[in-house]
Design a protein around this ligand. Structure first.
Ligand code: GRF
Length: 245
């Protein structure tokens, strides 16, 4: 038996009165993470404004601070340590079972630092999204701030996309960009990009939750129209996007 430590357990679904009586109930979201969880925090903080509800958080790394954030919000938080599994496939099979127990409509990767097996991705295809700190398709993978600065790029940013088996390559939903300043270093750029992440990720989760955004083949639809392959474009100084709210 593989040990799992459940920090705060309430996987039984309890339907609050206002959800039962609402015309369209909020969509159930499970968040997967490995670390700090500032994006989880933004998702939790903005939940009241949007059409989703976070019902569970799972970390593959024991002690991830994101779990503490979940617990503070009385959200079920679970550690599932990948080190005690014999292979990626075995871990991902178990992860899929644990995620499914939450009966999620949507699975949100928020700093989940592990490559997912194709089987896991296929199981959740169309309801699995990620945020990446670059203007995809540029700078897939790690070290995006350092690489953008080293290349003297004028812009950097972040992208929310559907997850497909190929790393950081699924259909793009929202992309937010900023102008790199002459005095930016890795840390300042990371801070500025994360401020944008914390705005666009809750919005993107909302858009998928309402069904306004959907995966169709290799592309993403917004209100039944195929989005530009780069995703809906937002800028640092205009993230409100009332047309998307
Ligand atoms: C974010 O920058 C996100 O783009 C990337 O991982 C980071 C997670 O940060 N996928 P946090 O744990 O949400 O603070």
């Amino acid at each position: 038996m593989i040990p799992i430590r459940v920090l705060l357990s309430s996987t039984k679904r309890i339907t609050p009165l206002n959800e039962a009586s609402a015309v369209s109930p909020k969509k159930r979201v499970v968040v997967l993470l490995s670390g700090n969880g500032s994006n989880l925090q933004a998702l939790l903080d903005q939940e009241p404004d949007y059409q989703y509800k976070i019902v569970g958080v799972i970390s593959n790394l024991p002690g991830a601070f994101g779990l503490e954030r979940a617990r503070q919000h009385k959200v079920t938080a679970m550690e599932l340590d990948h080190n005690v599994f014999s292979s990626r496939t075995a871990f991902d099979q178990r992860l899929a079972v644990e995620v499914d127990l939450f009966e999620p409509d949507l699975v949100v990767l928020a700093g989940y630092m592990r490559i997912l097996s194709p089987e896991f991705v296929e199981h959740f295809i169309g309801r699995l999204i990620n945020i990446h700190p670059s203007l995809l398709p540029n700078y897939k993978g790690l070290g995006t701030y350092r690489r953008a600065l080293a290349d003297n790029k004028p812009k950097h940013g972040c992208t929310v996309h559907f997850v497909t088996p190929e790393l950081d390559s699924g259909a793009q939903i929202l992309q937010a960009s900023l102008d790199i300043r002459p005095d930016d270093d890795e840390e300042s750029l990371r801070r500025r990009v994360q401020i944008m992440e914390h705005r666009i990720y809750p919005l993107a989760v909302h858009l998928v939750s309402t069904g306004r955004v959907q995966l169709r083949g290799n592309g993403a639809l917004l209100d039944n129209q195929l989005l530009d392959p780069l995703g809906y474009q937002l800028r640092e100084d205009a993230l409100d996007a009332p047309e998307l709210q």
